[in-house]
Design a protein around this ligand. Structure first.
Ligand code: ATP
Ligand code: ZN
Length: 721
């Protein structure tokens, strides 16, 4: 019997040892017993098996070998991710796999082979009268996939089956159809320079930032680079935020590469669809993979290029389990595969800006809008300190909306708050609608007659009177999208208004309908949240109004200004993308704030430089490296006590490492649990990680003794504090 190391999806750091009569290759999926369950495991011969007595060791129950062993490149990527993010490797591995491959069961996959008549089949010619048979027989003189045959005639499968049984068919391995590239746009000089710079690195590693203002034609650069990669017989990986994965984007890729196999990986897929796409990429059948953060783990044997669009986007950081950053893993992966990686954004993250400054990434600039006459919009501020607002709207804003309406141009009203009003308050005693489970207010959803917590999902009926003092006069305070919709309908009765937020437009089909209406010219005012901020290209849009953004100016989170600036520049970037000139109006009580001043000048570089300077002075990332140890429990003192024990375990940290806390998290209470944290920090990452890695065994031991209801986690390079 052989001792074999197997990774399991369990929160333990080591691999497990099982027995099997023969050696098995690394990456082989197997079924094993674990406790009283059966689990899927993955063999890893890089880990020495434990020298256990055979009597104490269980056998492997089944070898799940309908697929080849998982590729070494994936196992390496997982090894790196587990090490870097201080996460159990077994769990990291299973995070990387599609759900269907996490189960201890065999999977079924589409047939990607081709079929062609052999000599016997060519000799057995159907009679001229059986037209369907003849049509299929003629088609099968060339290699055909099952899909292609079905398109020839719906009865194709029956014909194929019969001919296979008769021994008339040769089965051929999958073959890529010849590449087709539809007509591309002529690049402008900056686009061309960017393309040339990355193309020069094809076949080698190089990290690039494509810093292109909104509407500068970044996507066109991606498409033309991908054309080169495909022409070289390689595969491309494109990672984008979930919110940008619109049917329009996919359509743009499909139109450019009509014969290529494009796989789209996102959260809306069924397990079977995700598995098929993943396996197609791994088997080299898929030429292009476009997906959200999890797609960074999709294997590609002929990898040629990695693209991360909107690289600054917060959704690239996973917030539970293996807390990886898809952009950072994408860069690592490109360096392993020796291919270039291109990070695109109009508002790059400060991490990336710092990497450019340090010479690790090379910056490529697109400084002008690509579309013929398009210019950047004018951004103006409306000082609301002395203005009377009607449902949150100032006179100049209403006038501007009216003007566009008269000119039959489209406007976008942006407010990052869904619901009717962010809080309900009692006019007598000052009671507000706090969530009982979170340190947050419950949002009024008037149409549903509910108060809802946007953090934990708690819902309750709108009280008819103040729950504290019985006063019947409880009033909504502030505006959300629903209330603004109501106000706009009243103030501009002739306008056709379309509200877009997570309540109105949650699935892809709804998005499709939005696009159709917008492009058919059936919308005068688009009103919505951050769902509208990024990536969309609405030609007729000439005015953007930003409401309620002041809240982001004075947050305790040091990243809040960076995020707000990026969001405002992105949403401003929706205006004036084609022939129409664009205007942006930001309503604010703080018109002198440096963030707004930089915004009105479209001064990303100046703003980023000042933010980086602040971070350096304060010793915050990217000028330092952080790891947060979080703990939560029903009572604060339980979470805190655990972290105190960790502190005692740490003892004196070797300078320049240091730790602060335990302190309550910014959102101290969430879904009924109190949250505390320790923040570890150091000017340099390797020393911090090495020191924490050495601490892990003792930390795990301590955690095993903690109360059962205590939860804890490590967050490397945290994005939320
Ligand atoms: N070289 C070009 N010549 C003419 N038009 C172009 C060119 N490149 C891009 N465009 C057009 O400019 C518009 C904006 O391009 P694209 O959507 O690629 O920009 P982007 O930089 O990805 O924008 P954003 O970051 O704002 O989403 C599109 O309508 C596109 O067709
Ligand atoms: Zn809540």
């Amino acid at each position: 019997m052989q001792h074999i190391s197997v990774w399991l999806d369990v929160p333990l750091r080591g691999a497990f040892t099982y027995l099997h009569p023969q050696p098995l290759p690394s990456g082989q999926r197997v079924r094993v017993a674990f406790g009283n369950r059966e689990l899927c495991g993955v063999v890893d011969n890089d880990v020495p098996p434990q020298a256990l007595d055979e009597a104490r060791c269980k056998p492997i129950l089944a070898v799940l070998d309908e697929l080849p062993p998982l590729p070494e490149a994936l196992l390496q990527q997982v090894r790196f991710a587990a090490r870097y993010y201080l996460h159990p490797q077994g769990q990291a591995l299973f995070t990387a796999l599609p759900t269907a491959l996490r189960e201890p069961r065999a999977v079924t996959l589409a047939d990607r082979q081709s079929y062609r008549l052999n000599a016997a089949g060519l000799a057995a010619e159907p009679s001229a009268r059986s037209t369907v048979q003849r049509q299929l027989w003629l088609a099968l003189q060339q290699p055909q996939s099952r899909d292609a045959l079905r398109r020839v005639h719906p009865q194709a499968m029956a014909f194929l089956k019969q001919r296979l049984a008769a021994g008339h068919i040769d089965i051929l391995p999958w073959q890529a159809p010849p590449l087709q590239v539809a007509a591309a746009l002529t690049l402008n000089d900056e686009q061309q320079a960017a393309l040339d710079a990355v193309a020069a690195k094809l076949g080698r590693f190089g990290a690039f930032l494509l810093h292109g203002i909104t509407g500068s034609g970044k996507t066109e650069v991606y498409l033309q680079l991908i054309a080169r990669v495909l022409a070289a017989g390689q595969q491309a990986l494109v990672i984008i935020p979930e919110i940008n994965l619109t049917p329009q984007l996919i359509e743009r890729f499909a139109q450019r590469f009509p014969a290529s196999h494009i796989v789209c990986l996102h959260s809306g897929l069924s397990d079977g669809e995700r598995l098929q796409g993943w396996v197609d990429a791994w088997q080299g059948v898929a030429d292009i993979v476009i997906g959200t953060r999890l797609a960074v783990f999709t294997p590609q044997p002929r990898a040629g290029l990695v693209i991360v669009d909107e690289e600054h986007d917060g959704s690239f950081k996973q917030q539970d389990g293996l807390r990886y950053h898809a952009r950072d893993l994408a860069v690592w992966r490109a360096s392993q595969a020796q291919v270039p990686v291109l990070l695109g954004s109009a508002t790059p993250s400060l991490e990336t800006v710092a990497n450019v400054e340090a010479g690790r990434y090379h910056r490529l600039v697109l400084s002008a809008r690509a579309h013929g006459s398009a210019r950047l919009p004018r951004i103006g501020l409306v000082d609301t300190r002395r203005l009377k607002l009607v449902d949150g709207l100032s006179e100049p804003v209403i006038a501007a909306l009216q003007q566009r309406l008269a000119r039959r141009e489209m406007s976008l009203v942006f407010i990052n708050r869904r619901g009717y009003s962010p809080v309900l308050a009692c006019t007598a005693c000052g009671w507000t609608s706090a969530c009982q489970h979170c340190s947050a207010r419950m949002v009024l959803h008037l149409s549903a007659r509910q108060l809802r917590c946007h953090h934990c999902g708690a819902q309750q009926r709108v009280p008819l009177q103040c729950p504290a003092c019985g006063n019947p006069d409880v009033q909504p305070l502030g505006e959300g999208t629903q209330r603004l919709e109501e106000a706009l309908r009243r103030l501009l009765p002739e306008a056709r208004i379309l509200r877009i937020d997570r309540d109105s437009t949650s699935h892809k089909a709804a998005w499709d309908a939005v696009y159709q209406r917008v492009h058919a010219g059936e919308v005068d005012i688009l009103l919505g949240t951050q769902m509208l901020a990024k990536g969309h290209d609405f030609g007729a849009l000439s005015l953007v109004v930003v409401l309620g953004s002041d809240g982001g100016l004075y947050s305790a989170d040091y990243r809040a200004s960076e995020r707000l600036f990026a969001q405002l520049l992105q949403v401003s970037g929706r205006a004036g993308r084609a022939e129409l000139a664009g205007d942006v109006i930001v309503q604010t009580n703080w018109p002198e704030h440096p963030l707004y001043l930089a915004l009105t000048q479209h001064d990303f570089d100046g703003f980023a430089a000042s933010q980086l300077q602040e971070r350096r002075e304060a010793g915050f990332p990217p000028a330092a490296s952080q790891v947060i140890l979080r703990a939560d429990a029903p009572q604060y003192h339980e979470a805190e006590a655990f972290l105190q024990q960790v502190l005692a375990l740490c003892g004196e940290l070797p300078p320049p490492l240091f730790v602060f806390g335990p302190a309550p998290a910014l959102m101290a209470r969430l879904a009924g649990r109190e949250r505390a944290q320790l923040t570890f920090e150091a000017p340099q990452r390797p020393a911090l990680h090495a020191w924490l890695r050495a601490l892990l065994p003792q930390l795990d031991a301590l955690a095993r003794k903690a109360p059962r209801h205590l939860r804890w986690s490590l967050d490397v390079d945290p994005q939320e504090i």
